[in-house]
Write a protein that binds this ligand. Sequence first.
Ligand code: MN
Length: 257
Amino acid sequence: MSVLARLLAALEGGEVEIVDLTAPLSERTPIIQLPPPFANTRGFELQEISRYDARGPAWYWNNFSAGEHVGTHFDAPVHWITGKDGLDVSQVPPAQLIAPAVVIDRSRECAADPDYLLEIDEVRAWESEHGSLPAGGWLLYRTGWDSRASNQEAFLNADERGPHTPGVSVDCARWLAEETPILGIGVETVGTDAGAAHSFDPPFPCHAFMLGAGKYGLTQLANLAKLPPTGVVLLVAPLPIVHGSGSPARVLALAPR
Ligand code: MN
């Protein structure tokens, strides 16, 4: 049997499960809110063209509009100034869109501290238990934040000092970008950086270091709790928007059952 026939048999037999890591995309999808003077993204909107009516008797279709960074989405290197000479989202090689993934779970820590920051030592401790981070693969960072994804206020978790959502420390972001062979980081929050990362040095270190190193980001992932720590294959499908800085993406995981 060919390798693809074996894969299909494993999918059909339930040996391999498809887990959808994508949040549904609608007017209710939470969006990031930058403080003044910065410009903000549009949310997702549908505009009906026709629905089996005089405008189109046998067909239903819509226009949609949204920012590139809305919902479950892909950050391309050109999204950040440190990656401005890097790839736009249409240039990401297809061979990188199917890649291994591992999951580090800090949901308990993040429930206790919404400003929780992942540190190098924790990733190293994870590696001594599960093996090295995958070369050319994703580090998926589970924080439990996907349980808030249907509520913009809970998802952004902001007070007068700004948003409080978990992320990665400056040292860990630099290390992941420069010292590990990963392709990118995937998170459950509205962006790959912590809510308080505007005040870090440098600000938004995950964006600055990862995208500056030509690596990628994935945000607003769902269902990471359904994945084992290792042995997962991720299919990531951003739209090939020419000159795009990112794109809403369908993200599917193939996981052993
Ligand atoms: Mn983004």
